[in-house]
Every structure is written in structure tokens, then in C-alpha cells.
Design a protein around this ligand. Structure first.
Ligand SMILES: [Zn+2]
Length: 325
């Protein structure tokens, strides 16, 4: 006869330890190939760090090549804005340049094929990192601008669902201009606004003097007698009469190569002095004004909402079918 304790041990082993081993073995098998039930919640998709958009760069020989939008924008911001500007101003600049580029890409733009050239007088300024370094720029500046472009990746400005005409310029001289006053077309979001804090800009004011005879030759006039002047909402010259001929402020700016249409003419003897305020067409975002806002604590969202009033900042994303929305 076996002792009773042996029977008890065997029963315990068969009844409890064996099933426990079987269960553990089964669990180990399951662990190797986990089966996720469909009822488990899906992991939340995180917003991508970078939104890859294509753009078309027009080279000086007229050929075009596709580039990644943000790689292109780093070169635009390097050329358009001093790297010493506040990061929020650099981000605002990146958004404005992205909006301008994207609008051209989707509507054809100035060149009809959606491309953007590297001529700042036509499209947008552009400098490669290598050229920037060769001209005395630093790696730190490039990194700062790369970070600003990445931080605003995918963001564009819209008005009533459409990409805006995102114009910008260097310095307004204290107040920006209505689009209608410069180009004859009104845009609800391109209206004249105060633009304080630009006094440090290199071309906040500029003075150029002409001998009366020289001015008459340049303008095709017999006389350079100064007549009536009318002004725009933004403080630019709307019309001015010189030698009995009326000129638009924009026309005089073009004929004489003035820095802006916000100018005054004074005459002393045979010398005519023209003093300009600001630099550029003065419509949209002032780059120096944006930096002044950033210095006083404004975010890039606030800067953009101020210079392009009534617009919405949205982030372009690619939907499930690979289409941009
Ligand atoms: Zn162009």
C-alpha cells in the first residue's frame, strides 16, 4: 500500500500543476504570435513633422525642376530675410512664401506653368546654402532658418477657402498700402495697416536728389514745376503733377527707380529732392514690421493675422488617397 501522502501529492500534481503547465505553455504560444482583437482602439496617428509638398523652381535658363517645398523655402528665407530676425518672423516669412509658391503651383502663377523663378523683382529671392556660406553666412544661420521652416511646415494662408495672394515687402515706413492703390485690384485681406517699429530698417527713409534738367529728361518733360499731390490710404503718393503732367505714384516710382511710392518732393533752386519712406510695394506683410511684432512677443500666427486681416491659417495635409487637401 502506498502511503496516503503519495496519493495526495500525485492528485495535486495531476489536478493542479499539469493544467497550470498546459495553460502557461498555451499562453507562451499566444505571446509569440499575438492576435490583436479588432475591438482594440487604433493607435492615434500623430501629425507629421514635415508636410512634403512639391514646387517647381524656374532656373535662369528658363528650365524648371521640381523641389521639395521646405528645402526650397529655406533658400527663399535665407535670401529674403536676415537670419538675425526673430524666429517667429522667420516662420511668418516661411508661411507667406509657401502660400505664394503653392498658389503659383496650383494656378499657374506669373510664368503660367506653376513655376517660381529666383528673381526677387519677379517671384521670390533665392540663394543656395553654398552661395550663402560663400557670401559670409554662417551654418548657425542656416540651421536657425531650417528650424523656422520646419516648425511651420505645411502651413498656408487662405481666405474663404482659397490660397491668398501673399505679397510681402521689406519695410513700409510706418504704414502698409492697400493692394488697390498699387495694382488697381482690391483684396479684402490686403488693406492698409499701421506697421510700427520699423525704424531700424536700412531703408526706413531714403533721399535722392536730381538736377531739374536731369529729372525733366528722365520724365520727358519741359518743366519740373511741382504741382498738386494726392495720397493713398497707406500714405503713398496716388497722383502727382510735375511740369503740368499728372503721374501716378506707382508710375513715378518705376520711372525713377524709387524705393517706394511713399515719397515727398521738395525743390530748392534747381535741385529737386525726393525722400522715400519704406522699401518695396508696401502691400501685405512688412518684413521689418513682422520682426518688430516678434520682438514684442507676437507669434507667427499673430503676425500673419495682423498683416493679412480676415485670413485663416491652415495646414495642408495629404489624405488617405494621397491627395492634397
Ligand atoms: Zn518669376
Amino acid at each position: 500500500m502506498r502511503p496516503l501522502w503519495k496519493d495526495i501529492l500525485i492528485s495535486l500534481f495531476m489536478g493542479m500543476v499539469v493544467p497550470w503547465m498546459v495553460l502557461n505553455f498555451a499562453a507562451a504560444l499566444l505571446e509569440e504570435e499575438p492576435e490583436i482583437p479588432e475591438t482594440l482602439p487604433q493607435v492615434q496617428e500623430t501629425v507629421p513633422e514635415t508636410v512634403h509638398l512639391p514646387m517647381l523652381l524656374r532656373l535662369s535658363d528658363g528650365s524648371t525642376r521640381e523641389m521639395d517645398m521646405d528645402d526650397y523655402l529655406v533658400r527663399v528665407v535665407l535670401a529674403e530675410m536676415p537670419a538675425s530676425f526673430e524666429t517667429e518672423a522667420l516662420k511668418a516669412q516661411a508661411v507667406v512664401a509657401r502660400t505664394y509658391t503653392r498658389r503659383a503651383y496650383t494656378t499657374g502663377g506669373k510664368h503660367g506653368d506653376g513655376s517660381i523663378c529666383t528673381d526677387p523683382a519677379c517671384c521670390q529671392a533665392y540663394i543656395t546654402e553654398a552661395d550663402y556660406l560663400a557670401k559670409g553666412g554662417t551654418e548657425e544661420s542656416i540651421e536657425k532658418i531650417k528650424a523656422a521652416v520646419a516648425a511651420s511646415s505645411g502651413y498656408v494662408l487662405t481666405y474663404e477657402g482659397a490660397l491668398i495672394e501673399a505679397t510681402y515687402f521689406s519695410c513700409s515706413g510706418g504704414r502698409t498700402e492697400d493692394a488697390a492703390a498699387v495694382w488697381g485690384t482690391d483684396y479684402p485681406y490686403l488693406q492698409s495697416v499701421e506697421s510700427p517699429g520699423e525704424e531700424n530698417a536700412a531703408h526706413y527713409t531714403d533721399t535722392i536728389s536730381y538736377d531739374a534738367e536731369r529729372l525733366e529728361a528722365l520724365l520727358g518733360l519741359d518743366s519740373s514745376r511741382l504741382g498738386a499731390v494726392t495720397y493713398t490710404e497707406g500714405g503713398g503718393v496716388d497722383t502727382i503733377v510735375i511740369g503740368g503732367t499728372e503721374f501716378k505714384g506707382t508710375e513715378l516710382r518705376r520711372l525713377l527707380g524709387l524705393r517706394s511710392t511713399a515719397f515727398t518732393l521738395t525743390r530748392e533752386g534747381d535741385t529737386i529732392t525726393i525722400t522715400t519712406k519704406g522699401y518695396g510695394h508696401r502691400v501685405g506683410m512688412s518684413q521689418y514690421g513682422a520682426d518688430a511684432m516678434a520682438v514684442s512677443g507676437s507669434s507667427f500666427e499673430e503676425i500673419l493675422a495682423y498683416y493679412y486681416q480676415g485670413t485663416q491659417l491652415i495646414r495642408l495635409e495629404i489624405d488617405e488617397s494621397g491627395e492634397m487637401r
